[in-house]
Design a protein. Structure first.
Length: 467
């Protein structure tokens, strides 16, 4: 038997080398967009911390804390570790397995059982201690590539999980930047609204004095009071919005609101608007976007799943072996007479399963088609995000420049009016109105600058980060 087994090993080895994995061989997508090469392989190297170019250390500290402490990051990291561990499990399943066992038991045989009932001898010992030492070995020959396809699918899903982790980091960083800008602009707008309200209250006071002196009509006082009420309402709305943005930033950064206020300190000017990054080629975009890479890797895993389902319909060959020692006495347990072993090939072939395996192949093919559509959608979303972000950057930058020019004009007008007041040419009420107009223009400038910064953050997110 040993000679027959040894003679069969070269034949089995040739079969192993000759057979190829069943199922489709995955080809990276090349038709997601016209002329776009595949988004497979290593992503384009990106520069971590694109927000650092804004020159705000408080913003940098908050983003770094979010990337280290956010529950969303921890969830994604745990899922990535899980996928990597499952990949190791799948890859280890296809190799040889060897196990050892040992056992000591006290046994008693039934004299009326099938083993002794027909034995004429009545002097058989029915109670004894049984000693066993043994091992089992098995190796499934992957003739039709089932294990190789399983490993391919596990690797692709690990890579998809890693890309999703990168996507979570990208989204969170952009969201922290956006919320931080909203908080800073909210602080500035509240301060401007308070100044506006103070100016309006002074106008009400001066108008009341003018009414008593008979220098204006009561309608002027009522108009000033209505404007003051409107300013009070606007200030309350701005304070509420600031509170909401602080709460959102607190959740993102895992910092209590009061501690967050201390970290932010007094209101500061918004960061200067940096130059917008270049969008690059479409092929670079698909390589940078982690969500696109994740969708492509899921498609690769689904393709491998088809091969796994198809391989289940083919024969499975295994080499099995077991051996050891068994004795009812410990002093001769390791003797030659106590040894026992078994070795040989095993063949299993599914014959009748009521179409279960065929349906599994169809289901795997349908799942692959779904991942194809999902990848196509992710590509379209990526291109649309970039186009929209670029358009917003351009439009918001135009608006910011116009708002800056208007604020500069208002500043010059306020300066000129102050000189006129000192010369006695106009009243202080006229100066207060010009100053309020300047505060309104400054508020518009702050809003425009905040929108420009947020549109840049959206562009970085759409492009997959800085580089």
């Amino acid at each position: 038997m040993k000679k027959e087994l040894v003679a069969s090993l070269p034949l089995l080895s040739l079969l192993l080398l000759a057979c190829r994995p069943v199922g489709p061989n995955y080809v990276p997508p090349r038709a997601g967009l016209p002329g776009v090469p595949p988004a497979q392989g290593k992503p384009v190297t990106s520069q971590a911390g694109w927000w650092k170019a804004w020159g705000d250390p408080r913003l940098d500290a908050l983003v770094q804390r979010t990337l280290a402490e956010s529950p969303d990051i921890r969830i994604a990291e745990a899922r990535f570790r899980q996928a990597r561990a499952l990949q190791g499990v799948q890859e280890a399943t296809g190799g040889p397995n060897l196990g050892a066992t040992s056992r000591v038991s006290r046994d008693r045989l039934s004299r009326n059982g099938e083993m002794l009932a027909n034995n004429p001898s009545r002097n058989i010992e029915t109670e004894f201690t049984n000693y066993q030492i043994g091992f089992d070995a098995s190796w499934e020959l992957d003739l039709f590539g089932r294990q190789r396809r399983i490993s391919e699918a596990a690797l692709a899903r690990t890579q998809a999980s890693e890309a999703r982790l990168q996507d979570v980091r990208l989204v969170l960083a952009a969201e922290v930047v956006r919320t931080y800008v909203e908080v800073r602009s909210g602080q500035l707008r509240v301060a401007l609204a308070q100044a506006h309200l103070g100016s309006q209250e002074e106008t009400v006071r001066l108008t009341r004095l003018a009414l008593r002196a008979g220098e204006c009509a009561e309608l002027e006082l009522r108009r000033a009071e209505v404007e003051r009420s409107a300013r009070e309402s606007a200030l309350a709305g701005l304070r509420l919005g600031l509170c909401q943005n602080l709460a959102a930033l607190s959740v993102l950064t895992d910092v209590p609101i009061e501690d967050l206020k201390g970290r932010l300190g007094d209101p500061l000017p918004l960061p200067a608007v940096p130059e917008a990054p270049a969008s690059g080629l479409p092929s670079d975009l698909l390589a940078r976007r982690p969500d696109v890479r994740a969708a492509e890797r899921e498609m690769a895993a689904a393709s491998a799943d088809i091969g796994v389902a198809m391989a289940e319909r083919y024969p499975r060959f295994s080499l099995l072996g077991s051996g050891g020692w068994n004795s009812i006495a410990s002093n001769n347990l390791l003797g030659t007479a106590s040894s026992a072993w078994s070795v040989g090939p095993q063949l299993s072939l599914p014959i009748f399963n009521r179409g279960r395996l065929a349906h599994q192949v169809v289901a795997s093919q349908a799942a692959w088609e779904a991942t194809q559509a999902a990848y196509r959608k992710s590509v379209l979303n990526a291109v649309a995000d970039v186009e929209l972000a670029l358009n917003r950057v351009a439009r918001n930058e135009e608006r910011r420049q116009r708002a800056l020019e208007s604020a500069n004009h208002g500043l010059r007008m306020a300066s000129l009016t102050e000189r006129q007041v000192k010369a006695g040419e106009v009243s202080k009420l006229a100066l207060l109105e010009v100053q309020r107009n300047l505060l309104g223009l400054e508020d518009q400038r702050v809003q425009a600058q905040a929108q420009s910064l947020n549109s840049l953050a959206s562009l970085h997110k759409a492009l997959g980060g800085g580089w």
